[in-house]
Design a binder for this molecule. Sequence first.
Ligand SMILES: O=C(O)[C@H](CS(=O)(=O)O)OP(=O)(O)O
Ligand SMILES: [Mg+2]
Length: 231
Amino acid sequence: MQIQIYQGINKMMKSADITVVIDVIRAFTVAHYAFIRGADRIYLAETVEQAVEVKNRNPEYLLAGEVDGYPITGFDLDNSPFRISKENLSGKTIVQRTTNGVRATLNCLDSAHLFVTGYSNARKTAEFIKKNHMKEDTEINIVASHPTGEDDYACAEYIQSILAEDKKQINEYEVKRKIINSHVAKKFLDVKHEVFKREDLLYCIKELDSGFVMRVNTDSEIPMIERVQVC
Ligand SMILES: O=C(O)[C@H](CS(=O)(=O)O)OP(=O)(O)O
Ligand SMILES: [Mg+2]
């Protein structure tokens, strides 16, 4: 088994058997809560324009995401896990556009198996991969999507430590500390920024065993996150 951690949204890695793309603050914490709240699938759009075009053809779909962290005019949902956790998304299809998580995932479509997660589902995802996909020669890429975010990088190390069974590398307390202290988290702690909810950070550091992992279906015309039930 070979595990390599990459950071950022530029395509720079050689393809692997398994890739895990991480966005703790906030895209894949949002995706996790969207499925918990009943969503059926999440399409990953490269641009705002593509997302709008998909919705024009499918008016029942919900658009979710951000540009530079801010809500997008005309979208149904923003990029807040706190707010999405209050929605009833039963049976809904979501189209997600975000700066880091979605972008980084679209760089990895040549991976044989592609997963996404925030911290909330990191342990579940790592354990699923370990149980179902690990052989001696398996190559695994872990992509910390924010180009400079300590949040995603710490989560990447956490997943690596579970896969490699290296308990000394980083534990959950250290990951959470790094997420909260990351420069990405700062605006959520600043009361001047009304759109950035302090509660979002609490959702981003809360591990939640929801019984599924999030796998990207790369055969779909537009790449799509699906939930895979594990227990
Ligand atoms: O909305 C977010 O949390 C970020 C954008 S920023 O880092 O806040 O500008 O997007 P994401 O793709 O979820 O990292
Ligand atoms: Mg992020």
